[in-house]
Design a protein around this ligand. Structure first.
Ligand code: PMP
Length: 400
């Protein structure tokens, strides 16, 4: 009956967007809801970046660009990898797309055969399994418990690899857990991968600049240079420069993969918006003081949330090492009763309860493959976060 492709049957809409929509629907009814569902920086894009976009538009940079971006953006990305990550790439090794999300989509489209497996350490970014499934692959979920810092270990990785493994996804610092990896931890994973030459690595480093407690960021490419020919280092301007709406992501990778991704790009979206590319050049080449100002603000908010949530009986939170989320454990609420007599059967019920009774929108752990948790975004002001924590505390306090 339906004219929708059967391809779509395997995927579901983004859970964080769904949470946000549920919050909006309640708001439309006049309910005062705090939306901590969707994660994007609440800061404006730095003024010099906006100015560069305006100047580019006025100067006539309003035409299609090459599928792999303008020469200027590729040079700026090469410079960024060199300066910030100690990675030596050439402009030909670079791909540019509409956000890191499209980079990941193109990489999977370029490589997955039906039944190929992608190892996803859980908790994972909600879009990974859906993209893998949409493109015919099979997600292999590896639960990475909080007790080991939500990190994938060499042992877990070794167990998950099969002859069909095509990709290992890494995301550091991670959404939703905030987990970061040390050089030694990455090298331990690299040692396993060295024994399995069929496995490609997608390292999603989009939160690299949002790292706390003085931690230094090590790119997977820097930690494991011997895997360069099968590593795709993914990044973008969305999080570091408060540019989520500009839709620019980029990556560096091996020649055959880059070539295939550029072919997809040329036959689908043609190129990224020329003006957004000019803005990205200004972001990467320009002053970086706003990036560290944002980082400090995110760290202060992380501290506030950890302190606040730890005072709530029934919830637990290990301090996130980076990114702007808190992945809050709610195991001790499961099976208990709300004031209306409903049983909190799982973390989806907990998130629904917090929305309807606490008026705080969050995303249940079910969306991220590791339960029972719920994720809140900490990318909002300290006042709003304090109010949200107070509401969560009251709601949780009423659970019998
Ligand atoms: N990767 C991760 C881990 C993310 O959390 C997000 C955004 N929520 C993205 C990629 C997408 O970033 P972009 O805006 O560059 O598409």
């Amino acid at each position: 009956m339906s004219y929708i492709s059967s391809r779509l049957a395997v995927i579901k809409p983004s859970a964080s967007m769904a949470a946000s929509q549920a919050a909006k629907a309640l708001r439309a009814k006049g309910v005062d809801v705090i939306d901590l569902g969707l994660g994007e920086p609440d800061f404006p894009t730095p003024a010099h970046i906006i100015e560069a976009a305006y100047q580019a538009a006025k100067a006539g940079q309003t035409l299609y660009t090459g599928a792999n971006g303008t020469p200027e953006i590729r040079a700026a990305i090469v410079g960024k990898f060199e300066r910030e990550n100690g990675l030596d790439y050439s402009p030909d090794d670079i791909v540019v797309a509409n956000g890191a999300k499209q980079i990941i989509f193109n990489a999977l489209m370029a490589t997955l055969e039906t039944g190929d497996e992608a190892i996803l350490p859980a908790p994972y970014f909600v879009s990974y399994p859906e993209m893998v499934k949409l493109l015919g692959g099979t997600p292999v979920i590896v639960e990475c418990p909080e007790a080991s810092g939500f990190r994938l270990t060499a042992e877990l990785l070794e167990k998950a690899i099969t002859p069909r493994t095509k990709w290992l996804f890494l995301n550091m610092p991670g959404n939703p857990s905030g987990a970061a990896y040390s050089q030694a931890e990455l090298q331990a994973l690299g040692a396993v991968l060295a024994r399995h030459p069929q496995v490609l690595v997608l390292s999603d480093e989009i939160y690299e600049h949002i790292l706390f407690d003085g931690r230094e960021f090590i790119s997977f490419g820097k930690a494991c240079p011997e895997l360069r020919e099968r590593s795709l280092i993914v990044n973008g301007v969305s999080k570091a420069y408060a540019m989520t709406g500009w839709r620019v992501g980029y990556a560096a990778g091996p020649a055959p993969l880059v070539k295939a991704m550029n072919t997809i790009q040329s036959q689908s979206v043609t190129s990224v918006c020329s003006i957004a590319q000019a803005a990205t050049v200004a972001a990467l080449n320009g002053p970086q003081d706003e990036v560290s100002r944002f980082r400090k603000a995110f760290e202060a908010r992380r501290n506030l949330v950890v302190e606040g949530i730890r005072k709530v009986n029934g919830l637990s939170l290990s301090p996130p090492e980076g990114a702007f989320y808190a992945y809050i454990g709610c195991a001790s609420l499961i099976g208990r009763k709300t004031p209306k007599g409903e049983i909190l059967a799982d973390d989806t019920a907990v998130a629904a309860y917090l929305l309807n009774e606490g008026r705080v929108a969050s995303v249940p752990g079910a969306a991220y493959g590791l339960l029972p948790y719920f994720r809140i975004s900490t990318a909002t002001s300290e006042d709003v976060l304090s109010e949200a924590i107070a509401r969560i505390k009251t709601a949780v306090g009423q659970v019998e």
